[in-house]
Design a protein around this ligand. Structure first.
Ligand code: HEC
Ligand code: HEC
Length: 170
């Protein structure tokens, strides 16, 4: 037989569990307090002139919120051997860009592997945002690489990854 006290305790636990499951899921790439509205792709767009020119020269200047600080640190520490290219910078520029990226980085913890990921496209967030993209679309020569955000995100250059501005090339 359950006593009233036990019943109340069970009820309280059930309410707690339910409350947790309906709690809003926080921003995918950003701090909760930077999360304006429920559209993950359209968040406060931070910028830095040096970052935009240097890191936007070969691909979209990937927004700092898309990787945690330790990942940016690792990327910035190996620019002379950067995914098969040399993206080396003078020390002062590297320092300024590293600070900008780290300050505005995602505050989500590391991935399970323990080692910082160097690629946004390997993060759990990226995979879940893109789980509906078909294999043939990734393989489309107009896309070339998942890192080529601008192939589908028409406003990637301005840091806008909103679902409203996605157009998969066909
Ligand atoms: C000389 C050209 C060049 C410059 C300059 C450059 N990158 Fe890259 N970057 C690349 C190439 C090439 C790749 C690999 C792209 C691919 O896999 O399709 C890459 C990939 C990346 C990726 C991984 C993308 C992913 O999720 O797969 C990150 C993060 C990155 N770059 C950050 C930076 C940052 C930060 C800077 C500025 C300090 C920078 N890049 C400047 C050429 C460059
Ligand atoms: C092959 C096309 C394609 C490429 C390349 C691509 N994306 Fe996407 N992306 C999509 C699609 C499709 C969605 C889902 C849109 C929707 O929910 O309707 C999406 C969703 C997103 C979202 C969530 C948007 C929202 O409003 O919820 C983000 C953030 C995002 N992508 C970032 C990136 C970044 C960063 C890159 C490059 C490193 C990238 N994407 C490369 C097709 C692409």
């Amino acid at each position: 037989m359950l006593r009233a006290k036990d019943f109340i305790r069970m009820f309280a636990v059930a309410v707690l569990v339910m409350g947790m499951s309906v709690a809003p899921i926080s921003g995918v790439y950003a701090d909760d307090d930077e999360d304006e509205g429920d559209d993950e792709g359209q968040q406060v767009v931070v910028s830095n002139a040096l970052w935009k020119t240097e890191c936007g020269a070969c691909h979209a200047a990937y927004p700092p919120r898309m990787l945690p600080a330790e990942s940016w640190h690792a990327v910035m520490s190996g620019l002379d051997k950067h995914f098969g290219s040399n993206a080396g910078l003078d020390a002062a520029s590297a320092k300024e860009i590293t600070a900008f990226l780290e300050e505005n980085a995602s505050t989500k913890g590391r991935e399970a592997s323990g080692k910082p990921l160097l690629r946004i496209t390997e993060t759990r967030e990226f995979k879940s945002e893109h789980d509906e993209v078909a294999a043939r679309d990734w393989k489309n020569p107009k896309v070339k690489s998942p890192a080529n955000c601008g192939a589908c995100h028409t406003q990637a250059e301005s840091g806008d990854f909103s679902e409203h501005n996605v157009k998969i090339p066909r």
